[in-house]
Design a protein around this ligand. Sequence first.
Ligand code: PLP
Length: 433
Amino acid sequence: MLRQDGKTKIMSYDKFIPYSLPLIEDEEIEEVIDTLRSGWITTGPKTREFEAEFAKYIGCKHAIAVNSCTAALHLALEAIGIKEGDEVITSPMTFAATAEVIRYFRAKPVFIDIDPVTMNIDAQEIERYLSTTNNRQSSLPKAIIPVHYTGYPCDMDSIRRLAEKYGLRVIEDAAHALPAYFNGRVIGSTGDITCFSFYATKNITTGEGGMVTTNNDEWAERMRIMSLHGISKDAWNRYSAEGSWYYEVIAPGYKYNLTDIAASLGVVQLKKADRLWQRRTEIAGIYNQAFRDIPELESPFNNFSNSIYRTDDFGPRTSDVGLQNSEPAPQLKGTKHSWHLYVIRLNLEGLSVSRNRFIEELKTMGIGTSVHFIPLHIHPYYRDLYDYKPGDFPVAYETYNRIISLPIYPKMTDGDVVRVVEAVLQVISRNRR
Ligand SMILES: Cc1ncc(COP(=O)(O)O)c(C=O)c1O
């Protein structure tokens, strides 16, 4: 319900629309209850079912369930043999997890600036770094962790070409990218190793959880062993009738296994993944249309259609803004955006408010938002360790100062989506220069 706040003349609302909410329905609850009643609540048959279904959904040989994407990334780097002092290339525009796992090995995260259009790591800048490193004859980085930021895939053709040329492994951070395609290929089905997240805000959720996928038998076996104390064989099964009390520890592994309680959520959520994605795409479509001709902000659509990608790949445009005329968000040919995040970029020169103030005004109007991400190089740990200045990654820093993640999740009603649109447009019209 809308009401006028007498003092500030700012519209405020009874209902707060949070930045994110999971969609948990009766089926998930029943599946969890089933597991609780089964007597097997840690890693067991539900986790194995979730892994098998996930591998089928993605189209990969191995899927190993773990208790976070952070764990998945750590296991992946361990499997490919990252050692102290190695360099691993990644984007500064990501969550702490992507780089902290590199530091677990006392290896060095090498940040490469982002592409100003897609906000993903810039493949040309990677090449520039690799070619100059090569010229200096110093040791080459061992791996690249491209982050499919917001769920829009990185330029994997260029990244794989570079990885082959310079002998690097590619560990994809697909925390946002379920489901996503690049050039007709499902993210997670090709390449070296891919890591997914089922954190509470993600496209499918198990509360906390993750999955690591690969087609490589050796890495899969290593990651499975290391995910449960470095125990050689079927450690999870040792208390069952088929299991055995005997086990051997072959390495100091980790405690990264997913529980069957969490996997029960995953099994049901995975069945809905396409439906959940469809709704995200619809919401993105409404936002895209509503914000298309607003010069004070850039929506993902505006940016992609003006970029190197061809506009006609986006499908028809309509001039109407509104639910009746809404159409799914456009996709590039062969590319599927998971629409995990909907990030707008403010054109601050056209506004009399900062991004932070913009967020505050949206909050007053009952709209929760977030910022993805505070670039890693300006966080105290990385800033102090490597003596970074904000301008060392100018595109990431400039982008950070004007981004806002709007709510986008299947639980939003059409009315919620309209309210977000109206609030954004009102804040703009109040603060237009
Ligand atoms: C890009 C990115 N990578 C990795 C992670 C870590 O995921 P998890 O919380 O499942 O460990 C996140 C979490 O939000 C993320 O956004």
